[in-house]
Write a protein that binds this ligand. Structure first.
Ligand code: PLP
Length: 408
């Protein structure tokens, strides 16, 4: 309250005006700035903040102290100048599109990116006259042929999900830059602990931050990091389009970044063990994991990754029924379609995450009806193997012929 007034204010006034904590600098754990608005010292200061002449917060749609702390922390970990957080990974991708795509320009994208990413480009940017060109993530000649002087964005997700193909980020960056395009890398799978795309030549790195960055399945969030000039452009989109991250979720992410290395290193070790064990299992067919020496791009993965992540995909039996039977028999592993949580989850991509694709597109993406995907969590690996071993007992030995009349 301003001024000295001898009147005793009413209970309603006291309820909203007394007990404001002004100074939080001695608080050890970062406080949460759950606020939409900010107080200005004077009318002139309000005007200066709105015009940008004075730095500082105006409204939490575009800046908030807790959200800024998350942006700065992740940007530092990715080796970036700055970052801009969004309400979800898809909101981050949409903002990148809003910032740099326009009619007559195109985006060149690897075919096996996250399905909704493709949908965003094709359906919601395509209708405004943006061209979308899909290429094989692993084929440099295809990238070279697709990128031209009308290309605004080159979009890569590596390793891909669920079958773990790897793109050569440094070489794709050179192809993009030769035509003045920006290279965007979706680094959700590996996090800055196991892959630093900016160091390989990427211009923008994005995360679906509710996956490994939160790591505990508590929120949906997104973030993009990169050069300051690019971040200024993105903050303009955020300010106008409004898909802002809530301070509460930013605070969850600030806390989870503190343990990111511990979690993803443990998950990387457990996933590696599990992948090797699965590869030797008589009832398991092909196993997809970049950490396996038999992975076709294992050498490239070792060059550009410091770890292999927690997603392992493998074939069970010969058809969907075999895969489903195994999944239904699991007792520790949960059937859930997320990735990057403390708890291990199993998914049948052909009928869930990739269910909208045609059979041909699905097979091109390497996703057969018998493929299952596991997102490894923090349980003891021995317990995961015991659970999988018991569930796999229901599956036929790998390599037997498919029975007549089995749907693909
Ligand atoms: C989940 C996911 C997205 C989408 O992010 P949301 O936060 O769910 O909007 C994008 N890319 C990858 C690799 C993902 O796994």
């Amino acid at each position: 309250m301003r001024g000295a007034d001898r009147r005793v204010p009413g209970a309603s006034t006291l309820a909203v005006r007394v007990g404001r904590q002004q100074d939080l600098t001695d608080v050890h754990c970062e406080p949460i700035a759950l606020t939409s608005a900010y107080v200005f010292a004077s009318a002139a200061e309000a005007a200066a903040r709105f015009s940008g002449a004075s730095p500082g917060n105006v409204y939490s749609r575009f800046t908030n102290p807790t959200v800024r702390a998350f942006e700065q922390r992740l940007a530092a970990m990715e080796g970036a100048e700055d970052g801009v957080a969004f309400a979800s990974g898809m909101a981050a991708i949409a903002a990148i599109g809003h910032a740099w795509l326009q009619a007559g320009r195109n985006v060149v994208c690897s075919r096996d990116v996250f399905g909704t990413t493709l949908g965003a480009f094709r359906r919601y940017f395509g209708k405004f006259g943006v061209g979308v060109r899909l290429v094989d993530l692993t084929s440099l000649p295809q990238w070279q042929a697709a990128i031209d002087e009308r290309t605004a964005l080159v979009f890569v997700e590596s390793p891909s999900n669920p079958v773990q193909r790897v793109g050569d980020i440094a070489r794709i960056a050179r192809l993009a830059h030769a035509h003045g395009a920006l290279l965007v890398v979706d680094n959700t799978m590996l996090t800055p602990i196991h892959q630093l795309p900016l160091g390989l030549g990427a211009d923008l790195v994005l995360h679906s931050a509710g996956k490994y960055l939160d790591g505990q399945g508590r929120c949906v969030a997104g973030i993009v990091v990169g050069r300051e000039s690019l971040m200024d452009e993105l903050r303009g989109v955020l300010r106008t389009m409004g898909a802002s991250l809530s301070p509460m979720n930013a605070w969850l992410l600030l806390k989870s970044l503190e343990t990111l290395r511990l979690r993803v290193d443990a998950i990387h070790r457990a996933a590696g063990q599990l992948a090797q064990w699965l590869q030797a299992h008589p009832r398991v067919g092909q196993v997809h994991y970049t950490g396996l020496p038999t992975h076709p791009q294992h050498e490239l993965a070792l060059r550009q990754q410091a770890g292999h992540g927690g997603v392992v995909s493998f074939d069970v039996g010969r058809c969907q029924a075999d895969a489903w039977r195994m999944m239904d028999a699991l007792k520790v592993v949960a059937i859930a379609t997320n990735i990057g949580e403390t708890r291990t989850m199993v998914t049948h991509p052909a009928s869930t995450t990739h269910g909208k694709l045609s059979v041909q597109d699905r097979l091109e993406a390497g996703i057969g009806a018998q493929l299952v995907r596991i997102s490894v969590g923090l349980e003891d690996p021995a317990d995961l193997m015991a659970d999988l071993d018991a569930a796999l007992a229901s599956a036929p030995v790998a390599g037997l012929p498919v029975p007549q009349g089995t749907p693909a």
